[in-house]
Structure formats: C-alpha cells, structure tokens
Design a protein. Structure first.
Length: 311
C-alpha cells in the first residue's frame, strides 16, 4: 500500500489505524506505515480494520475526509470535518466534459489491450485461435475507433469487439468448462463466474480511487448508468489485471471438484475462490489504477489531453 497524492486507501482486513497530531499510523502485525497527517486529504477504509478515535479526531482536525467501504469497494458512509465541502470543481468539470474526448482513447485502449492478450495466447497455444478475417477485422476496428466521431459508433464498436474477444478466448479454454461467450448473471459456467469475481474486485479497487479523487463514479463517458465512470476506467485494465489470471486458472488450475453447475447457476468452490482471489490481488495493480484516476482528474480540471495506461 502506498499513498497517492491526496487519497490513501487501506484494503483488506486486520489493519490498526491510529494517529497523532503529526502522523497517521497503519499497522498490520510487524508492518507499520507512517504518513504525515497533513498529506492525507482523504482516507479510504475498505474491509475490516480497527479504527482508533485518535485517527478520526486528528484526521478531521487536519481537514481530511474519511470514507468507509465494504470489502467489495461499495461505499457505505463517510466522515467529514465540520464545514467541509467536497471538491465540487472536479465533479463540475466531469459534468461539463465532452464524453467523446475520453471515450475514444478508452475504447481504443481497451481493444488494444485485448489484442495484446489474444496475440499472447496465440503464441502460447501453438494453433490458430482466429477464424478467417477476425484478426483483420479487430485491427480495422482499432483504426476506426481512432477516427470515429460519434458516440453511437464508439459504443457500438466497443460492444462488438468485446463480444468477439470473449468468443475467441473461449477457443483457448477446455471445452468441458462450457464457456462460449461472456454472459450476464446468473453465470452458468465456471469461467464466467471467475470473470465476474475478478471484475468485481477490479471495480471495487477503482471505485475507491475514483471517490478518493472526488470524481462521480456514475458520470461515465463511454459507458452509461450506475458505476459507468468506473467501468470506463477498468475496461482497458481487464485483460492484464483479470483476464490473464482467469485464463490461467481455467487452463491449468481448475478441476471438476472446484465448482458445481446446475440449471440455474454455477458455484465456485471455496478453495478455488480463495486461490483465484489471491492471484487477482497480485495482478490488480493499484498503483496503475491510482495513476489513471489522477490522469482523468487532471485532464478534466485542466481541460488537458487524456491518455490511457494499460498493459
């Protein structure tokens, strides 16, 4: 865990959070981290930790906000100093921003990240995973995304190429797992269930940073609806942070005893879920997520160029 410019997330369980008038102290066993209290403008507590009143009092006196999240990254409440006003300039800039300026690089980066993983899998499998014309179409779509001028076309191409990507992925996996394409709930095969677990973790980590930066998670550019801005930012991160780990588990680490599928739903076993969660904690790069959120915030506030970090 490392401090970002102004927001500091504490993930997981078992941390002890306390403070003096000079520093915030976060301890997990023998691991003790110290931060100048004036540098922490927003403490984000995710999961189950011991929060000492000394931390609450000294952070609030220093003008910091504290937001509490469930372990999945869902915000449940906050503490603000008396008279505190959230940074409305960030939200106002987000409301006024033209979505195309952000949606275009996000859509193109998401497709590029998926192409990189598909090419990696192509090299690994030793046989052609593409049907005739598919790879050419995906490369053509990437170029079209670079010049597309309408939001409708950006969203259409983004959905189409994402659907193609998952269908191509299915050809690299054992057919007995029953994965053919990405589906919504309820998940009827273990691969879709593993993707859902990974994407939920990635969403939670990104949502924490978005709120830490005073951005609105529901004001998306490429996506629309609840959590749309978080979905915007995680789309290019999915292949490297989640998909690669899920594919490895599906090809190498899963057995028939690790899941149970019925007519209505597929359940992952506790051991498989625990092993996959541990792998995803290693592959989800919080520093890159924080950096991407800062880039988005700064691009909004300064009306500057927005670029996407991926892979």
């Amino acid at each position: 865990m490392a401090a970002t410019e102004s927001w500091l997330p504490v993930f997981g369980y078992g941390g002890h959070i306390k403070a003096t008038t000079q520093e915030l102290i976060i301890a997990r066993g023998s691991d003790i981290r110290r931060y100048p209290i004036q540098a922490v403008k927003h403490l984000l507590i995710v999961g189950g930790h011991t929060l000492h009143t000394s931390a609450v009092t000294n952070l609030l006196k220093a003008g910091a906000a504290i937001t509490i999240f469930d372990i999945d990254g869902t915000p449940v409440g906050y503490l603000y100093p008396y008279g505190y006003r959230p940074d409305e300039a960030v939200r106002l800039a987000q409301e006024r921003a033209g979505p195309h300026r952000f949606a275009q690089p996000l859509a193109r980066a998401a497709l590029q990240a998926r192409l990189l993983l598909l090419e990696e899998l192509y090299d690994q499998t030793g046989h052609d995973i593409f049907y005739a014309g598919e790879l050419d179409f995906l490369h053509q779509a990437r170029e079209e995304l670079s010049v597309s001028v309408t939001m409708e076309n950006l969203r259409r191409l983004s959905r189409l190429t994402a659907d193609m990507y998952y269908e191509i992925l299915s050809r690299t996996l054992p057919p007995e797992l029953g994965f053919r394409r990405r589906t919504g709930r309820p998940y009827l095969d273990p691969v879709n269930a593993m993707f859902a677990l990974g994407y939920a973790m990635l969403y939670g980590n990104c949502c924490v940073s978005v709120i830490g930066a005073h951005l609105d998670p529901d004001l998306g550019m490429l996506h629309e609806g609840a959590g749309s801005f978080v979905h915007d930012l995680i789309e290019p991160q999915k292949p490297s942070m989640v998909d690669r780990a899920v594919i490895r588990f599906a090809r190498e680490e899963i057995s028939s005893g690790d899941y149970e599928c019925g007519e209505k739903r597929c359940y992952l076993g506790a051991d498989l879920s625990a092993r996959l969660t541990a792998a995803l904690r290693d592959s989800i790069d919080q520093a890159r997520i924080d950096a991407q959120v800062r880039i988005a915030r700064d691009a909004l506030l300064a009306n500057a160029e927005f670029h996407v970090l991926y892979w």
